[in-house]
Design a binder for this molecule. Structure first.
Ligand SMILES: CC(C)(COP(=O)(O)OP(=O)(O)OC[C@H]1O[C@@H](n2cnc3c(N)ncnc32)[C@H](O)[C@@H]1OP(=O)(O)O)[C@@H](O)C(=O)NCCC(=O)NCCS
Length: 197
């Protein structure tokens, strides 16, 4: 890894730029149908997954609109890459950011997704000074919607039958949170932690 590469640590995870040796871990989840249906970059086999991986490997900086920062979600206990999270710099004037994420099916429902996305949002607000972070997710993607709601994100739109996806009508949910709302939520979480302790 380069000296200036971003590394974020949480209780159980490390978020860091992808390394060449991560490919086997990534391919084991990236091309699975249950991950693919929710990702923009389509990769139905190992060859396509390789180009998606190479693309994510190049996404290491977030300094101007159009850039994306993609980080591997690595489990501390065994160093395994269990997913990824990316922040997209969408608009400089209004400081808007889109967050995207995936956790391999074998590692889901253990809180890793929430832990990784929380850390990435904090980084987006604290380090990159975004004003608003939003996420788009499929209408039937219950896991993603729950994760985003749990983090305090607001459902701002539900697009009904806005497109066709594999011959069926698609629904899309838009969630978002502002920097001041995030800070307020963080403060509330800290106060309740102290009260419990
Ligand atoms: C969405 C995703 C990242 C969740 O990862 P995860 O590691 O399972 O997330 P967590 O364990 O932190 O769970 C977050 C919440 O969602 C709930 N949840 C997770 N999967 C669920 C599902 N399939 N149905 C209903 N709830 C679900 C969890 O129970 C938890 O809620 P709780 O704490 O109130 O019980 C994962 O399912 C995924 O990668 N999906 C495919 C890619 C995707 O949808 N990306 C989002 C588009 S940007």
């Amino acid at each position: 890894m380069a000296v200036n590469d971003i590394v974020v640590k949480t209780d159980r995870l490390i978020l860091r730029p992808f390394e060449k040796s991560d490919f086997e871990d990534v391919v084991s989840y990236y091309a699975l149908p249950d991950v693919q249906r929710y990702l923009d970059w389509k990769a139905r086999d190992k060859v396509e997954a390789k180009s998606a991986f190479e693309q994510m490997r190049k996404q290491r900086r977030l300094s101007r609109p159009g850039e994306v920062l993609s980080l591997a979600v690595v489990r501390k206990t065994d160093g395994k890459v269990i997913g990824h999270v990316s922040l997209g710099y969408m608009d400089a004037t209004a400081a808007q950011c889109e967050i995207r994420f995936a956790i391999g099916p074998a590692f889901r429902r253990k809180g890793y997704g929430g832990e990784a996305v929380r850390a990435a949002i904090s980084m987006g607000f604290d380090d990159y000074k975004f004003h608003r972070i939003y996420a788009r997710t499929a209408g039937k993607n219950d896991g993603s919607a729950r994760l985003l709601k749990n983090l305090g994100m607001r459902l701002e739109a539900h697009y009904r039958e806005h497109a066709l996806f594999q011959g069926e009508w698609d629904e899309e949910l838009h969630f978002a949170i502002l920097d001041r709302e995030w800070r307020r939520g963080t403060k509330v979480r800290e106060i309740s932690r102290h009260k419990v302790a």
